[in-house]
Design a protein around this ligand. Structure first.
Ligand code: KIV
Length: 287
């Protein structure tokens, strides 16, 4: 039976009832068709695709048009799953009008159910404007990869009193602006616990400890498909990269050894038809 698609209200209810929210990233049709048949509650078409799908060093290079292509692919397989589309770097910083317009494109062209953007108080007015346009917004604070350069790298955020207080204020500002959930990335567990306790909207942690209302992982990390680097907070639930290499080596070995293709992988033909083809080719001087 098809699972029932969640809504922003579902996630609030899950927080109230203490039921953990599960989120993964997905970027393409084939992977999303598996996620759609799993127990995962919501999916992010994250700008992490810059690294996992396109091989860039960071999320900075991807633009709106690229994000929309991946969002469309996921949406074609993800009809039963609540889908969040990431707003790429520079798609919401230039002006609030531009941000609303780009969030609208993610909904209309990418077929997403919500958008996500990075930042706390600095983007609160933008979040409020997008929400006023009728578009659900997921916030993202802590380690915000689009501004990693400004943060001094991919490092844990909110480790001292002042940093932690800034994070709490950022989270509150996002809730006030109308965000329906907030991702907390690379935040000490006690700080994430304080934010989770304080907010009425759910927190979704990645490297933010066990007290968040939900957890998100990049699907390539979770499945063991991306080994350029593996952050400390990742748990690999499968070794798909190794499985893929095993399958590819088996294919290459069988082709070279003559075991593939076997009779069942080939299309046969009646002997008299084969003979007829040879006769005709001979007659026409081709054989
Ligand atoms: O782009 C992404 O994958 C993300 C997650 C790490 C939350 O933003």
């Amino acid at each position: 039976m098809d699972k029932k698609k969640a809504s922003v209200l579902t996630f609030r209810e899950m927080k109230r009832e203490g039921r953990k929210i599960t989120m993964v990233t997905a970027y393409d049709y084939a992977m999303m068709s598996h996620v759609n048949r799993s127990d995962i509650d919501l999916v992010l078409v994250g700008d992490s695709l810059a690294m996992t799908m396109l091989g860039y060093e960071s999320t900075v290079p991807v633009d709106m048009d690229t994000m929309i292509i991946f969002q469309q692919a996921v949406s074609r397989a993800g009809r039963n799953t609540f889908l969040v589309g990431d707003m790429p770097f520079m798609s919401y910083e230039i002006s609030i009008e531009k941000a609303v317009e780009n969030a609208g494109r993610i909904m209309k062209e990418g077929f997403m159910d919500a958008v996500k953007l990075e930042g706390g108080r600095r983007v609160a007015d933008t979040v409020a404007a997008i929400v006023r346009a009728g578009i659900p917004v997921m916030g993202h604070i802590g380690l915000t990869p689009q501004s990693a350069s400004q943060l001094g790298g991919f490092t844990v955020q909110g480790r001292d009193v002042s940093g932690a207080v800034q994070l709490v204020k950022d989270a509150l500002a996002l809730e006030e602006a109308g965000a329906f959930a907030v991702v907390l990335e690379a935040v000490p567990a006690p700080v994430a616990a304080m934010i989770t306790e304080k907010l009425g909207i759910p927190t979704i942690g990645i490297g933010a400890g066990p007290h968040c209302d939900g957890q998100v992982l990049v699907i390539h990390d979770l499945l063991g498909l991306f080994d350029r680097f593996v952050p400390r907070f990742v748990k690999q639930y499968a070794a798909m990269g190794a499985e893929i290499r095993k399958a590819l080596d088996a294919f290459a070995g069988e082709v070279r050894g003559g075991q593939f293709p076997a009779t069942e992988h080939s299309f046969s033909m009646k002997d008299e038809v084969v003979q007829g083809i040879m006769d005709r080719l001979k007659k026409e001087g081709i054989l």
